[in-house]
Write a protein of this length. Structure first.
Length: 155
Protein backbone atom coordinates (compact mmCIF):
# COMPACT_ATOMS: atom_id res chain seq x y z
CA UNK A 1 0.00 0.00 0.00
CA UNK A 2 1.31 3.45 -0.90
CA UNK A 3 1.62 6.07 1.77
CA UNK A 4 -0.04 9.46 1.31
CA UNK A 5 3.34 10.99 0.54
CA UNK A 6 4.09 8.37 -2.14
CA UNK A 7 0.62 8.85 -3.68
CA UNK A 8 1.16 12.59 -3.80
CA UNK A 9 4.57 12.12 -5.43
CA UNK A 10 3.13 9.79 -8.08
CA UNK A 11 0.21 12.17 -8.71
CA UNK A 12 2.57 15.14 -9.08
CA UNK A 13 4.81 13.25 -11.51
CA UNK A 14 1.87 12.08 -13.63
CA UNK A 15 0.39 15.59 -13.68
CA UNK A 16 3.70 17.08 -14.77
CA UNK A 17 4.16 14.54 -17.56
CA UNK A 18 0.56 14.94 -18.72
CA UNK A 19 0.81 18.71 -18.84
CA UNK A 20 3.95 18.46 -20.98
CA UNK A 21 2.34 15.90 -23.28
CA UNK A 22 -0.67 18.14 -23.94
CA UNK A 23 1.20 21.46 -23.97
CA UNK A 24 0.54 23.56 -27.03
CA UNK A 25 3.44 24.00 -29.44
CA UNK A 26 5.55 27.13 -29.32
CA UNK A 27 4.53 29.45 -32.15
CA UNK A 28 7.15 31.81 -33.54
CA UNK A 29 5.97 34.91 -35.38
CA UNK A 30 9.46 35.95 -36.50
CA UNK A 31 13.05 34.92 -35.88
CA UNK A 32 16.43 35.92 -37.18
CA UNK A 33 19.96 36.93 -36.36
CA UNK A 34 22.23 39.85 -37.04
CA UNK A 35 25.55 41.37 -36.10
CA UNK A 36 25.73 44.87 -34.68
CA UNK A 37 28.57 47.30 -34.14
CA UNK A 38 32.16 46.35 -34.74
CA UNK A 39 34.79 47.52 -37.16
CA UNK A 40 36.37 46.31 -40.40
CA UNK A 41 40.11 46.18 -41.06
CA UNK A 42 41.31 45.79 -44.66
CA UNK A 43 44.79 44.60 -45.55
CA UNK A 44 46.90 46.40 -48.14
CA UNK A 45 46.54 45.00 -51.65
CA UNK A 46 43.85 44.08 -54.14
CA UNK A 47 41.44 41.25 -53.36
CA UNK A 48 41.16 38.54 -55.97
CA UNK A 49 39.11 35.35 -55.52
CA UNK A 50 41.76 33.25 -57.31
CA UNK A 51 45.27 34.52 -56.48
CA UNK A 52 47.99 34.24 -59.14
CA UNK A 53 49.97 31.80 -56.97
CA UNK A 54 47.32 29.08 -57.32
CA UNK A 55 46.04 29.66 -60.88
CA UNK A 56 46.44 26.70 -63.22
CA UNK A 57 46.95 24.10 -60.48
CA UNK A 58 44.75 21.01 -60.64
CA UNK A 59 44.51 20.76 -56.86
CA UNK A 60 44.52 23.55 -54.31
CA UNK A 61 44.78 22.49 -50.68
CA UNK A 62 42.95 24.85 -48.33
CA UNK A 63 46.07 26.29 -46.69
CA UNK A 64 47.70 27.01 -50.06
CA UNK A 65 44.63 29.00 -51.11
CA UNK A 66 44.42 30.71 -47.72
CA UNK A 67 48.09 31.73 -47.65
CA UNK A 68 48.01 32.92 -51.28
CA UNK A 69 44.88 34.98 -50.58
CA UNK A 70 46.45 36.59 -47.51
CA UNK A 71 49.67 37.36 -49.41
CA UNK A 72 47.67 38.95 -52.27
CA UNK A 73 46.04 41.36 -49.83
CA UNK A 74 42.71 43.11 -49.91
CA UNK A 75 41.29 40.78 -47.26
CA UNK A 76 38.91 42.10 -44.63
CA UNK A 77 38.68 41.27 -40.96
CA UNK A 78 35.38 41.99 -39.25
CA UNK A 79 35.72 42.24 -35.50
CA UNK A 80 34.48 43.60 -32.21
CA UNK A 81 30.77 43.17 -32.96
CA UNK A 82 27.92 41.52 -31.06
CA UNK A 83 25.97 38.59 -32.49
CA UNK A 84 22.22 38.59 -31.84
CA UNK A 85 19.71 35.76 -32.34
CA UNK A 86 16.09 36.62 -31.73
CA UNK A 87 12.69 34.97 -31.75
CA UNK A 88 9.45 36.90 -31.52
CA UNK A 89 6.58 34.76 -30.26
CA UNK A 90 2.99 35.29 -31.34
CA UNK A 91 1.40 37.89 -29.04
CA UNK A 92 4.79 38.93 -27.68
CA UNK A 93 5.03 41.09 -24.61
CA UNK A 94 6.27 44.65 -25.28
CA UNK A 95 9.71 44.26 -23.66
CA UNK A 96 12.22 41.47 -24.33
CA UNK A 97 14.13 39.50 -21.76
CA UNK A 98 17.80 39.70 -22.76
CA UNK A 99 20.07 36.82 -21.75
CA UNK A 100 23.71 37.64 -21.00
CA UNK A 101 25.94 34.64 -20.45
CA UNK A 102 28.79 34.47 -17.97
CA UNK A 103 32.55 34.43 -18.46
CA UNK A 104 33.78 31.94 -21.05
CA UNK A 105 30.26 30.94 -22.10
CA UNK A 106 27.93 31.75 -24.97
CA UNK A 107 24.22 32.18 -25.60
CA UNK A 108 24.19 28.38 -25.88
CA UNK A 109 24.31 28.36 -22.07
CA UNK A 110 20.65 29.42 -22.01
CA UNK A 111 19.40 27.03 -24.71
CA UNK A 112 19.58 23.69 -22.94
CA UNK A 113 20.96 21.88 -19.93
CA UNK A 114 23.85 19.38 -19.98
CA UNK A 115 21.35 16.54 -19.51
CA UNK A 116 19.16 17.68 -22.43
CA UNK A 117 16.30 19.42 -20.65
CA UNK A 118 14.82 22.64 -21.98
CA UNK A 119 16.84 25.73 -21.23
CA UNK A 120 15.72 29.05 -19.88
CA UNK A 121 15.22 30.48 -23.38
CA UNK A 122 12.48 27.93 -24.14
CA UNK A 123 10.90 28.29 -20.72
CA UNK A 124 10.76 32.07 -21.01
CA UNK A 125 9.77 31.95 -24.69
CA UNK A 126 6.56 30.18 -23.71
CA UNK A 127 5.94 33.27 -21.55
CA UNK A 128 6.53 35.38 -24.71
CA UNK A 129 9.82 36.98 -23.64
CA UNK A 130 13.34 36.04 -24.83
CA UNK A 131 16.24 37.28 -26.91
CA UNK A 132 19.73 35.77 -26.90
CA UNK A 133 22.97 37.45 -27.79
CA UNK A 134 26.71 37.01 -27.59
CA UNK A 135 28.78 39.95 -26.42
CA UNK A 136 31.41 41.51 -28.66
CA UNK A 137 34.59 39.43 -28.97
CA UNK A 138 32.91 36.33 -27.50
CA UNK A 139 31.91 33.00 -29.11
CA UNK A 140 29.59 33.42 -32.13
CA UNK A 141 30.38 37.10 -32.25
CA UNK A 142 33.82 37.92 -33.57
CA UNK A 143 37.22 38.12 -32.05
CA UNK A 144 38.92 41.32 -31.03
CA UNK A 145 41.05 43.03 -33.63
CA UNK A 146 43.60 44.07 -31.00
CA UNK A 147 44.81 42.77 -27.66
CA UNK A 148 45.39 39.17 -26.73
CA UNK A 149 42.33 37.86 -28.64
CA UNK A 150 43.45 39.49 -31.90
CA UNK A 151 43.00 37.78 -35.26
CA UNK A 152 45.71 37.95 -37.86
CA UNK A 153 45.15 40.36 -40.74
CA UNK A 154 48.17 41.81 -42.46
CA UNK A 155 47.76 45.56 -42.79
Amino acid sequence: MLSIRQKFTVLAAVSLLASQAFASPITIEKQGSFAVGGTVKTSVGQYTPVPEAIKGKSSNPFWDVYNASIAAGGQTLHGDHASVFYQIPVNAKPYPLVFLHGYGQSARTWQTTPDGREGFDTIFFTQRLPDLFDRPTKTRASRAKHGRRQLACRA
